[in-house]
Design a protein around this ligand. Sequence first.
Ligand code: GLU
Ligand code: MG
Length: 433
Amino acid sequence: MLATEQATFTFIATSDISAKAKGRAVASSDFSADTSVGWVPANLGIGPLGYIVDGIPFCSEGDLRLQADSASQYHIAGLPGRAPFSVCFADTVMPDGTAWSSCARSLLKETLQLAKDRYGLTFSCSFEHEFVEKNSALNTHPFSFENFLQGEPLGSTIFSVLSAAGVEPECWLPEYAPHQYELTLKPTDPVSAADRAILLREVVKESFKAAGREVTFSPVAVPDGGGTGVHVHYGIYGEGGEIVAFDPERPGRQSELAARFNAGVVKYAPEMTALFAPLLVSYQRLRPNNWSVAKAFCGLQNREALVRICPTNEIGGRKPDRQYHFEFRGGDVGANPWTLVTAILRAGLAGLEENLDPVKVYEGGTGPEIAAEAVSLPGSLKEALARFEESAVVRSWFSEEWVQTFLAIKRNEIESLSSLTLKEQCEAYANLY
Ligand code: GLU
Ligand code: MG
């Protein structure tokens, strides 16, 4: 629908340290493969509350550029009341075009290159987003057809706009929590998967706004209201797409290589929790019996696993080997999608580098064993930041400037919001995300 309608603007887009989509627009008629626009290092220090925090290693000096990656362009048409526009994702570079050491998108690309060069590995990736309609007085019932219909015509709008743009939505569903929906995307390469996650959030929010309705992706929209997660699915393959993660003879049908990779993800989870659960209210979601994650373990048929071995569809003799993949369930909307994928992959690669023992696979119904054996994640943002700050390994995945900026932003957020009641914190984040 309208996919070829002419756009006035091409928005050169990035996503910042707090997962806010940002950038600058140029005339689409001027856009070419080498388009770049100016950017400012201190922009990295803007937290979710919308100002540059104190104590960051950047000041008013310096210049950067957002270098459009012309292969990552999406044309968005069909949003009610909105002109069609194009979005092109960008890497943040120095004025001479060399990589900027704190660019989240470039770090993900470097991580993928490292995985290929050192281990001959490639990855598939897709994001699964949940979100909640705010202030709805309508009936709500988990997974109901009634809720699906109440989501119309927005579900149809969102799905068709994203499909026409090439974002490849897969499934749209009414979820469990009150007025909660979920939208999943088809697997692609990790950089495109994260780009699409950034775009999806904006298209969903705008579609609801255009209809006078509002949604939030915040991990807990209201206290005790059920969690809202961003789950990242990842498949591990050889350089030429060979099957390397599937082994029907081993626990969870997980190859030794995949089990060492996932051992790294589980090992480093407590030290990288601040990265995947970076909001104060993230810790209201990461609790036991919440169908999210409270402990770091790899699970089969268990939806409280940090790393869940996803079921395969073998109906009609379909083969499981290529479908076989994993779901990282800890993330939420506060995490920059490029950074979130980088952290998962770096942790997995550390598992290979350190030659960790294959991760133990807990099968559904092994609650007492998990409670006794699995490591807990930090219980608050403050604790998670301390674990991150102390972790030489996790810090080494980022530039020192990025680490200092992240810590300053998050500590400012704690200082600014911790005097609020939980209800007020939930409201604040539901407005920010
Ligand atoms: N809403 C749950 C979360 O906070 C996930 C439910 C599910 O999709 O399994 O992550
Ligand atoms: Mg879900």
